[in-house]
Design a protein around this ligand. Structure first.
Ligand code: FMN
Length: 320
């Protein structure tokens, strides 16, 4: 049996695989376009980019593929509204909004004919999102990389969200193989969002050092950190996370007031930009627990074909 397609409002992807948006500059146009070209949904991460940088990334992705392209922008960033409008102006198919809840984004998307997909962590928020006009919702469990809005596993969250809404629900957190995707579908999901697995691809814009940490990581290396955004985050242990764990925060060099609200313990944007450029000692390497199950760096096309193969195998094994 082939993988089902994923329909989000008026857009349909051949494969039900969303490549999660990853800031800062981890998922840019090369990765998003390659995923869309291979049949999935490719997301460019807008948080930490300037408005003109994001517009240029969307333009490049749009020029490279006619597949389904979107952006992921954290509601917590001060430039949220301008970034969303820039992405819409350049012709994205969908906007994924995480790390906070914005009522306004639904209206901006509706007016432009763009699908709006919030990341939700509870049935209450999922219901609210559906009422405001969400085309689908991403449910991200505690195993996911990056900022976390819940302490629940996606397998536990999914049933209550499915009960609460009729829109397609996309499951995220801890998914790396076609068999994992199958398991989420069996639980009722209409699609999956994967982040960590896509870091270890040739098209991902993370530094080689960042990707190497993924290949070397084992389960014990993946830890929770405190983020000044006000949420916990999941990352690979390194000298920076050891400092954060004891409250020895790096000094803020220059505050650009990039977040609407910031604890100002340290600069999260600076920490994420450093690792993307290759400083994995003082930089923060966001990763899900599933990074421990990632052992190779592949071209996106090969990865997508492998996921389809693994799905088929899991389906056949079940039928026997
Ligand atoms: C390096 C990295 C950066 C991320 N950045 C963002 C982000 O900017 N916004 C967001 O909503 N989610 C972000 N995420 C979460 C992903 O979009 C995705 O939901 C998550 O990685 C899924 O879990 P997985 O890593 O187990 O596949 C990030 C994840 C990683 C690994």
């Amino acid at each position: 049996m082939e993988m089902p397609t994923l329909t989000i409002g008026s857009r349909t992807a051949r494969l039900p695989i969303v490549q999660g948006g990853m800031a800062v500059r981890i998922s840019l146009s090369p990765l998003a376009a390659a995923v869309a070209e291979a049949g999935g949904v490719g997301l460019i991460a807008g948080s930490g980019l300037t408005v003109s940088e994001l517009a240029a990334e969307v333009r490049a992705a749009r020029a490279a593929t006619s597949g389904v392209i979107g952006v992921n922008i954290m509601v917590a960033v001060r430039a949220f509204k301008d970034l969303v409008h820039a992405a819409i102006g350049e012709g994205v198919d969908l906007v994924v909004a995480g790390a906070g809840f914005s009522r306004d984004v639904f209206g901006w998307c509706r007016d432009a004919g763009v699908e709006c997909v919030p990341i939700v962590g509870s049935a209450r928020v999922a219901r609210l999102a559906e009422r405001f006009g969400a085309s689908a919702a991403v449910v991200e469990g505690v195993d996911a990389g990056g900022h976390l809005g819940t302490d629940q596993h996606v397998d536990d969250l999914l049933p209550e969200i499915l009960d609460a809404v009729d829109i397609p629900v996309i499951a995220a957190g801890g998914i790396v193989t076609g068999a994992d995707i199958k398991r989420m579908f069996d639980a009722g999901a209409s699609g999956v969002q994967m982040g960590s697995r896509f870091v270890a691809t040739e098209e991902c814009s993370a530094s080689d050092e960042f990707k190497r940490l993924y290949l070397e990581a084992c389960e014990d290396d993946i830890v929770l950190i405190k983020s000044p955004v006000g949420l916990p985050g999941r990352a690979i242990a390194n000298p920076l996370t050891e400092r954060l764990a004891v409250g020895d925060y790096p000094r803020i060099e220059r505050c650009k007031s990039c977040l609407k609200e910031c604890g100002k313990e340290y600069c999260i944007m600076d920490a994420l930009q450093r690792s993307q450029r290759g400083d994995v000692v003082e930089g923060l390497v966001f990763a899900g627990t599933s990074a421990a199950r990632v052992h190779d760096i592949l071209p996106v096309g090969e990865l997508m074909a492998r996921l389809e193969d693994e799905w088929r195998t899991a389906t056949e094994e079940e039928a026997q």
